[in-house]
Structures are given as structure tokens and as C-alpha cells.
Write a protein that binds this ligand. Sequence first.
Ligand code: HEM
Length: 411
Amino acid sequence: MSAEDLPAGAGLTARDPAFREDPDAVYDLLRARDPLHYDAAYGRRVLTRFEDARTVLRAREFGVDARKTLPESYMRRVAGTGVQEARGATAYEPPLVLLDDPAHRRIRGLMSKAFTPKAVAAMRPTIERLTREALEALPDAGEIDFIAAYAGPLPTRVIAAMMGLPDADWVDLKRWSDAILMGYDPEREAPVQQRLREAYLALSALFRDALAARRRVPQDDLISAMVRAQDEQDRLSDLEIISLCTQLLVAGNVTTTDLMGNGLHALLKHPAELARLRAEPALMPRAIDEILRYDCPLTETARIALADTVVSGCPIAKGETLTVALAAANHDPAAFAEPHRFSLDRDASAQLGFATGPHVCLGAPLARLEGEIGLQAFIEKFPALAPGRQSPRRRALPFFRGFESLPVWLA
Ligand code: HEM
């Protein structure tokens, strides 16, 4: 097989059944044959080595602003929300993850003042309460879909609580968040794009109202903290706050669901590790790293060369899109021995599931906390847990690797 015959385009995404089933096999092939593989179908270069991934994610000569890339590149296909076109540029502010400096530095700095480790730690009792409620709503025995009944709703309810939105809104919030996620499908069709646009506009209206209400009567919540940051020196615009709220909802939603879903799936396939975790809950933080490494919820991210440059001897032209395959980097044998083995003995803390560098996941501490509490409580409550009779079904959406349904047998 020559480099030209390697998988390309949708064949390198979860739209392709073979990739969806076993991305490691595809990434191993790319890493061995062409580790900076040019994918002409999608106008991008796919990086599969750990060292290249880490270097590019940390380097300031690579940006994320889709407007700086070549017209036909992958980054433009996945970054469009359709809101810009519909309403004019003033109604849309790109999410933090698609902003370069100086805007990124300013907004991330302000956001970090509201989304602090203290604010996340203060969420522990709320996460524990919501987890308890979710467990109490489950039957004591029989088969359930772990995603629909447990791991799906929890992250939406947590972020809604953190923002001070009514718990009853979670169904709408999740529906809109899931619709916006479809923007990451480069092959999405017009009705999907339409639902995405409607979801954006619905969320903008909701956050605009929430913002006005917090300005009148400040609360002890994340939106009020953003309003306070707005009043300080560097000012956040209303549009920036709305965009941040939208991103916090979307970025932390299905990813955290998938952390729990992929984690439970891996543990059910490795019963000895599951038993160890039950016996020794202190292993949970280590388990979260190993889950993020072994089956990471965000399989890839993208960078744009801001100038002509070179990565591992390969010339990269200004404007070229690089796909940094986080899932491939996490299975690079040069970084992790026996990478396809799931083991709680491993120190997986170098895994790139939350990326690294200037855009490293802002919500990582919250995701870890939710994952630790959510998974631990579930495996403790159901000591006879086993895979369900129905097969799990993987999601066919690029970027976000997880289960559409994960049947499990409770007792
Ligand atoms: C297991 C769950 C999660 C995973 C695997 C994950 C993964 C990631 C990754 C890989 C990035 C970097 C993307 C890039 O470099 O291009 C990122 C960025 C981000 N994440 Fe997460 N995330 C998770 C949960 C969350 C949560 C719970 C929140 C907030 C509620 C959140 C908010 C963000 C934000 C705001 C950014 C953009 C940061 C920036 O561009 O400066 N994430 N996430």
C-alpha cells in the first residue's frame, strides 16, 4: 500500500464503519507508513505521532482561527455554524477554541477568573447530589442504556447548575448542545445545518436573558462571575459571554458523557481492573487518565500553520490545516508501552486527551471530578454489573468518540 492508498477523507473519521469500530488499526497504519499523512480529500495533514502532536499543540506558530486557513481546507468545513451567514458577523463570536491571540489570551484569562479551581471544587456537593439522584432513578436490576439513563444527562445538569440555570431546562440544553455538535461533521446535510443554526440562536437568546437577569440581580453562579469579569479592566462583550456559555455547555457535555461511557466500556472488558477499582477507589484519578488515553472522547483537533514551517522534516505551508490525532498520539508505542493494553498500573498522565498548550481543556478539572464521582458511584452501586445483551452502538460523528447506546446489565 503506497502513501496515496492510505485511508483519507471520511475514511479517517467515525463516519466510516471500519474506523468507527477500530480507529487504532487505522492510526497504527498511518503512524507506521506516513506519520504526517496528507489527506487530499479533506485538505489536511494528519499527525499520528505523540511527539509531533505535542510539539504542534504547544507551538505558537500554529493557530486555530478557521478564517486563516485555505478556502477548501477541513477546518472551514467543520468550523461553520451558519449563524454568521444568517445574521451578519456581529451576531456571532467564534468559540474560544477557534480564537487566536490576542483575543484568545484576553478571553481565556478572563474566563479563568470565573472558571477557577475553587469554583470547580465547590461543585463537588452538587455533582454528588445530581449523581445520587440519577442513581436513585435507575431500576435495581435488569438492563439499562448507560448513556441515556445516566452518563448522558449528568454533564448537562452539572453545567446548568454551575451556570445557575433551572435544572428543568436540561432536556432543551442537551438537545441544543447535541445539535451544535453536528457542526463537527464535515459531511453534514442542510437539515442538520438548519437545526444547528436554530440551536445556536435559541441558546443565544437564553444566555442573553440570563445575562440581563444576572446584571439586575447578581447570583452566586458562573454567569454572574462572567458579568463581574465584564466589569473589570479587560471587559468581555455580551457576545463573548454568550459564546463562552455556549461553548462551556457544548464542549463539556458529550465529552464528559463519553469519558464515563468509554470508561465503563473499557472496565467491563477488563473485569480484573474493574474489581481493583471497586476495591481501591483511590485508583480512580489514575483510571481517568488511562481511560482518556485508551479511548479518548475527543479523537482529534486541528491547527493552522500561521507561517511556512517544518514539522519533523516535513514542510508545512502557511494556511495548511493539521489534524492532530489525539487518539493516535495516545496509542503511540514510542510514548506508551503496549499502547493498546488497558491497565491501571500504567502512569498515563502524559496522555493528550485534554490536549496541551494554550488551548488545553479549560474544563478538565470539572470533567475529571464528574468522571470520578459518576463512575465510582455507579460501579459501587452495582457490584454485579455486566455487559448488556444488546451490543453497544458507537456514534458516527467525527471528532467525538463515544457511544450512542451502551447497554449494561445491572444485576
Ligand atoms: C472528558 C471531557 C473532556 C474532554 C476529553 C475535553 C477535551 C478538550 C480538548 C482536547 C480541548 C482542546 C482542543 C484544542 O486544543 O483544539 C478542549 C478545550 C476546551 N474545553 Fe474541554 N474537554 C472535556 C470537558 C470539558 C468541560 C467539562 C468543559 C467545561 C465545562 C470544557 C471546556 C473546554 C473549553 C472552554 C475549551 C477551549 C479552551 C481554549 O481554547 O482555550 N471541556 N477540551
